[in-house]
Design a protein around this ligand. Structure first.
Ligand SMILES: Cc1cc2nc3c(=O)[nH]c(=O)nc-3n(C[C@H](O)[C@H](O)[C@H](O)COP(=O)(O)O)c2cc1C
Length: 402
């Protein structure tokens, strides 16, 4: 239940998607808890879910009709109406099947069609046998959903169907409710704020087919953009080449070079409340780009490098009230280098990444990083999941605007 006394779900329209797992019977209790917390709960069940619990149970608990097919109200195009009406969606239990469908964007029933159309925050509570949960296909689906800002609650270890025991049991309804309330609170934290985030590498061309690049996957910046979006911000993502696919609902500006990134960021930053520069922008570019492909027979070319624009510095010089967040990739003296960058570039916050050691930094799921700020809200060096680090950055943005 709500920790604050007044429920965070009061007046919220919540879509409760119930799918075909044995834990569906427990979700009747979750529906009751959400109604008691003041939510207006609209239940959508898959066909398989109706084999476990009757729709009338949910209708009686929520006081709303329960829908099971896109054809229930063809005149209103039910999945579109539902998708646009709700403030938040919860899928519990979430089967392995529905996790994969959501990850792939499959829309072959009312629940998956509604969730594909909707841009509201989504919480899922997986429940399945251990083999299904551990399967690489399910792991990939969960990873893709998390990267898009979906909140995954559980599962936990414990008794499973058919007398088995292990990982895969759905979290208890009270725990799911707490996660839903946290997402509801979070979903408006950055409402009305415009946030520009950069992500990915830049490619600096040598000739029409070759470039100088770096190993950045864009995961960190995309995680920040997804998190800021989940908290209600209007997010513009300036995205370098080859970076991971961003979630829906962001304004995406695709760029190739540092120069293009500079132009996109400077124009997007004009009316932004915060700029988070997570991209790994090249510091140098070839002075000349050959018109034709450089030929092997001509021998190794002499490539002279010249500096690219220092985007952070430029933003720092015209900062105004804008909150400015930078990233620094360092191999040694992390804190000293980070503090220097914080001051030199006029930043409010810098994330200092430790790079160069095996398994850290570019291209990995985790970051070894410390957070340094001007107001002492620092975090020492540790290993973070990228989305956890994104949340820590957004916590600090919310505090600044709060
Ligand atoms: C008794 C029984 C229990 C099941 N429990 C689960 C479960 O807990 N998790 C799961 O992913 N699938 C479970 N399944 C399989 C799903 O019902 C099946 O994959 C179905 O296609 C899911 O459809 P849906 O995702 O559209 O609801 C169960 C099947 C049966 C017959």
């Amino acid at each position: 239940m709500s920790t604050s006394g007044t429920s965070l779900l009061k007046g919220k329209r919540v879509l409760l998607g119930v799918t075909g797992g044995i834990a569906a019977y427990k979700v009747a209790h979750l529906a009751r808890l959400m109604v008691a917390a003041g939510a207006d709960v609209r239940v959508v069940m898959t066909d398989a879910a109706t084999r476990f619990v009757g729709p009338d149970t949910f209708a009686a608990l929520t006081g709303n009709p329960v829908h099971t097919t896109v054809w229930d109200e063809p005149g209103t195009v039910l999945h579109v109406r539902l998708a646009h009406e709700v403030d938040l969606a919860v899928v519990a239990p979430a089967t392995a099947n529905v996790l994969s469908k959501l990850a792939q964007g499959i829309a072959d029933d009312l629940l998956t069609s509604t969730l594909l159309e909707s841009r509201c925050p989504v919480v899922v509570a997986p429940a399945m046998h251990t083999g299904m949960w551990d399967h690489p296909a399910t792991c990939a689906s969960v990873e893709a959903l998390e990267a898009r800002g979906v909140t995954i609650v559980g599962p936990v270890a414990g008794p499973l169907a058919a007398g088995d025991e292990g990982m895969g049991r759905m979290s208890e309804p009270e725990e799911i409710l707490a996660a839903v309330e946290a997402v509801a609170a979070r979903s408006t934290e950055l409402a009305g704020r415009r946030i520009v985030v950069t992500a990915g590498p830049t490619h600096e061309p040598l000739d029409p087919v070759r470039f100088i690049g770096n190993r950045s996957s864009g995961r960190m910046g995309v995680a920040v953009a997804a998190e800021a979006h989940a908290r209600g911000a209007d997010v513009t993502l300036v995205l370098g080449p080859g970076a991971v696919t961003p979630p829906a609902g962001l304004h995406v500006m695709r760029v190739e070079t540092a120069e293009q990134m500079r132009d996109a960021v400077v124009s997007a930053a004009k009316d932004a409340d915060a700029v988070v520069m997570a991209a790994a922008v090249a510091d140098f570019r070839p002075e000349r780009v050959a018109e034709g492909k450089l030929k092997k027979e001509a021998g190794p070319p002499e490539v002279r490098l010249v500096p690219t624009p220092d985007i952070l510095k430029e933003l720092g010089e015209s900062k105004g009230d804008r909150v400015l967040v930078g990233f620094a990739a360092e191999t040694s003296e992390l804190e000293a280098s980070g503090r220097r960058k914080l001051l030199a570039k006029n930043l409010d916050l810098v994330v200092v990444n430790e790079v160069g050691r095996e398994g850290t930094g570019f291209g990995f799921e985790t970051n070894d990083a410390m957070i340094l700020t001007r107001d002492g809200d620092d975090e020492p060096l540790r290993t973070w999941a990228k989305r956890e680090l994104a949340a820590a950055i957004c916590d600090r943005l919310a505090k600044r605007f709060g």
